[in-house]
Design a protein. Structure first.
Length: 21
């Protein structure tokens, strides 16, 4: 999937990464 075209998905991925740390 092209996350670059989905800024919403990109933010969600960042949130998940923060939670996993």
């Amino acid at each position: 999937m092209e996350y670059e075209n989905n800024p919403r998905v990109a933010r969600i991925l960042v949130l998940i990464a923060s939670i996993q740390e």
